[in-house]
Write a protein that binds this ligand. Structure first.
Ligand code: DGY
Length: 321
């Protein structure tokens, strides 16, 4: 039988590459800098499968790759897929759920603590030699323990955040989700709220919903106006789930206290983005799942999805439609 041809669009661990090599012929992009679009289009033209993270899969690419059976994303988010175009071209899409849930939840707690206790700001302060003896009120932050956290999007990562909030920090946990999770509510003692009530009641608001047509700019001017002036806003989902202009307005006009952001409207963020000038905003370069072990597990899971797909089997982690 003819071996399938695949393209690996980003560097992956050697063990994962060896796994793919056992089943497929492959070409790869091995540079740290992202593959330019025109090279990607050229490389995938004769391929049965592609392994990538977040590159746009649209009509142009699909009509340029007539043999394509599967695109395997090394990420849980799949907003880079034009699902309708993939359906039309009969191309499967897969992602990497489960393996990153706890790692992303850890990072969210990092953002919560860093924002509430001003860790990045005060780290800079100490390193710049500004620490002087005297009244230390200028270092005060706000408590995380026993505060109210509102989680928007109670998927697996949302649940992992709720678990940390409840068991580790004795927080009052509210959530908003498309569907209610009554078993989880009972098990963890978390409470469902509609979006408006959650925004009004929460000290920490964590946005953890996937980016879809429905969640695009879910948090906008109206939503920031509902939040407490003391609220801290955390986003580790996708930049476009919030209207970034409304977020900047809320921070500049002190409608909220601060923010912890792992994701942005444009990534990498422009160096002149006002968010980067604000001391009450913690910014990270989209590192939710970025630990060596989790990224290895994600790459291996994506490779397994890819191989199943090119061999004509149904991969386990097809993206929901
Ligand atoms: C994902 O996998 O979608 C996350 O954003 C990675 O951090």
């Amino acid at each position: 039988m003819k071996r399938p041809k695949v393209f690996i669009a980003k560097p992956i661990p050697v063990e994962v590459e060896n796994y793919i090599a056992r089943h497929c012929d492959y070409k790869k992009w091995e540079h740290e800098k992202e593959i330019p679009r025109e090279i990607l289009l050229k490389e995938v033209a004769d391929c049965d499968g592609i392994l990538l993270t977040g590159h746009k899969i649209d009509e142009e690419l699909l009509s340029n790759a007539p043999n394509l059976k599967i695109v395997s994303n090394i990420s849980v988010g799949y907003n880079n897929f034009d699902i309708a175009a993939m359906k039309k071209h009969n191309v499967m899409g897969t992602h990497t759920p489960y393996v990153l849930d706890e790692t992303v939840a850890d990072l969210v707690f990092g953002l919560i603590l860093a924002s509430a206790r001003r860790i990045s700001e005060l780290d800079r302060f100490v390193k710049e030699g500004k620490w002087e003896a005297g009244d230390d009120k200028i270092f005060f932050g706000v408590d995380v323990h026993h505060a109210t956290i509102g989680i928007i999007g109670m998927g697996r990562i949302g649940e992992a955040i709720a678990k940390r909030a409840k068991l580790g920090f004795d927080m009052n946990v509210l959530y908003y989700n498309r569907t209610r999770k009554t078993a989880f509510e009972e098990k963890m003692g978390v409470k469902y709220r509609d979006l408006e009530a959650l925004l009004k009641e929460s000290d920490f608001i964590v946005l953890m919903t996937p980016l879809t047509k429905e969640t695009y700019h879910l948090i906008d001017y109206k939503e920031f106006n509902l939040m407490k002036k003391s609220a801290i806003f955390i986003n580790a989902s996708r930049g476009q789930t919030v209207n970034e202009e409304a977020l900047i307005d809320a921070l500049q006009n002190k409608k909220i206290l601060g923010a912890g952001l792992d994701v942005f409207d444009k990534e990498p963020i422009d160096p002149d983005n006002p968010l980067l000038k604000m001391n009450n905003v913690v910014t990270l370069p989209h590192i939710g799942s970025a630990t060596a072990k989790t990224r290895f597990d994600m790459a291996m899971l994506a490779a397994k999805n890819l191989v199943k797909g090119v061999l004509g089997e149904v991969p386990p982690n097809l993206v929901p439609e």
